[in-house]
Design a protein around this ligand. Structure first.
Ligand code: NAG
Ligand code: NAG
Ligand code: NAG
Ligand code: NAG
Ligand code: NAG
Length: 399
């Protein structure tokens, strides 16, 4: 009984307290909460948040002035050493005499034959694209040479043939490998990027678009083709689309895969660039990027950042498309399949996803007023979460 009355008295007191000093109370509590959150997370805030704020402000300077280009410009003869590797596998007549809508380079590594086969029989099937979509898309795989160490172990595992011999055989069957004589490694990715632009310049300059993508990406080819046909019909130039990174700071932690030293890149922020997982440029941009690679120091091994530096040098800036993914993965749902362009991180599920995403039922389910309304609600629940979730941005739900 006493206890009960005490509680009543206490709650009355609280009500009074609140009535009298509601404002101050709320203010105080909010301040305390914010302060304690800031204190608890100060380390992380300083590491990522503050450095992002800094670099984001700095970004305006980086994107505006030309001192990065001036600093990275080197003589032709020295720039040439990033591109003059001999070709070991090549198909110079891939594009000859064809009206190519898109030249699509997949960045792959010698050992990833499973991924290449999955792409060949799903979204990268040129025959399917030609017959079902009525356009010519050329899908080529860009790669360097196997590491000697890796080659030995694979040689032993497979018993008879070394990995280069396997590649020659694979290329004999499919005729789609473009290999240059540099070691295929993470730190040589920029060489692979340069290979792609140089190859296009020499052998496929008339393709209307150029795309580069990782070998664990899913491309919704029907959606991409109809989008690019539309862009092409509108005669758009200076076109560069993907998931845009704005004002990203270089990572100075030595333990990171993306570590970049001050000597290599002394500034606080990278120019804007699109995530290397997959992006598209129009052929006029591809040609200008090629020109830029003839005079820039390509030592910076993060290939998508280097692309940003080249683009900065030629005055092209990237545009965001919400259905191009960066590192993120698309949710599995018909309402997403209807609009998706790329999704990252697919290896084993690529066959199922291809079946599901290109099924005729997708269009049926998502069209009409009820279909669209239903899909908006579904997309909001899938994409708009209160916590960070690496997929398409929330605003994609409202398109
Ligand atoms: C580029 O910047 C670095 C670091 O600030 C400097 O050491 C180097 O001399 C510069 N190079 C050119 C060509 O301006
Ligand atoms: C590519 O598509 C064609 C036509 O749809 C089909 O006949 C062929 O088997 C496919 N290729 C692969 C490697 O799956
Ligand atoms: C296979 O592995 C063994 C031991 O690791 C090595 O001595 C041998 O040279 C390898 N064989 C080939 C063909 O690389
Ligand atoms: C890049 O390729 C070149 C040429 O094959 C090689 O000398 C170099 O070691 C490679 N770099 C890395 C980091 O793998
Ligand atoms: C290119 O940049 C690297 C790393 O920043 C540097 O070591 C190298 O000397 C530069 N090359 C030229 C030709 O300036």
């Amino acid at each position: 009984m006493d206890h009960f009355q005490g509680m009543i008295r206490f709650s009355r007191m609280c009500v009074n307290f609140r009535r009298i000093r509601k404002c101050q109370y709320v203010q105080l509590m909010t301040t305390c909460l914010v302060l304690s959150v800031v204190m608890v997370f100060w380390e992380q805030l300083d590491m990522s948040f503050v450095s992002h704020v800094k670099s984001y402000s700095y970004r305006y300077i980086v994107n505006r002035f030309t001192y990065i280009n001036n600093n990275l410009t080197i003589p032709h003869e020295q720039a040439r050493r990033f591109s003059d590797f001999p070709y070991l596998l090549d198909h110079q007549d891939k594009c000859t005499g064809k009206d190519v809508l898109l030249l699509l380079f997949v960045k792959t590594s010698p050992e990833n034959i499973k991924r290449r086969n999955a792409i060949r029989s799903t979204w990268g099937n040129e025959t399917y694209i030609q017959t079902a979509l009525g356009v010519t898309v050329k899908v080529l795989f860009a790669l360097g040479t196997p590491h000697t160490k890796k080659e030995k172990s694979l040689w032993n595992k497979s018993g008879e043939v070394g990995i280069q011999e396997q590649l020659i055989h694979e290329d004999h069957v499919h005729g789609d490998l473009i290999q240059q004589d540099f070691v295929d490694s993470f730190h040589n990715l920029t060489l692979k990027l340069i290979l792609q632009f140089h190859w296009m310049h020499s052998h496929c300059a008339h393709a209307r678009f150029f795309m580069t993508a990782d070998d664990d990406i899913f491309v919704h080819m029907p959606n991409l083709v109809s989008y690019l046909k539309d862009v092409s019909n509108r005669g758009i130039t200076d076109f560069w689309i993907g998931r845009v990174h704005r004002g990203a700071p270089p990572i100075r932690r030595k333990s990171s895969k993306y570590y970049v030293s001050f000597e290599m890149y002394p500034w606080m922020s990278y120019p804007d660039y699109t995530a290397g997982a997959g992006y598209v440029v129009s052929s006029d941009v591809a040609d200008k990027i090629y020109q830029a690679t003839l005079i820039l120091n390509a030592s910076l091994y993060i290939d998508d950042v280097f692309m940003g530096i080249c683009a900065k040098a030629i005055g092209v800036s990237p545009q965001e498309h919400v259905f191009f993914s960066g590192e993120g993965k698309s949710p599995y749902h018909v309402c997403i399949y209807d609009q998706m362009m790329t999704s990252h991180g697919h290896v084993d599920d690529i066959y199922d996803l291809w079946q599901a995403a290109t099924h005729p039922q997708v269009k049926q389910c998502t069209s009409g007023l009820t279909g669209r309304l239903y899909c908006t609600i579904v997309k909001i629940t899938l994409l708009c979460k209160p916590y960070y979730f690496n997929t398409y941005p929330c605003k994609a739900a409202f398109l």
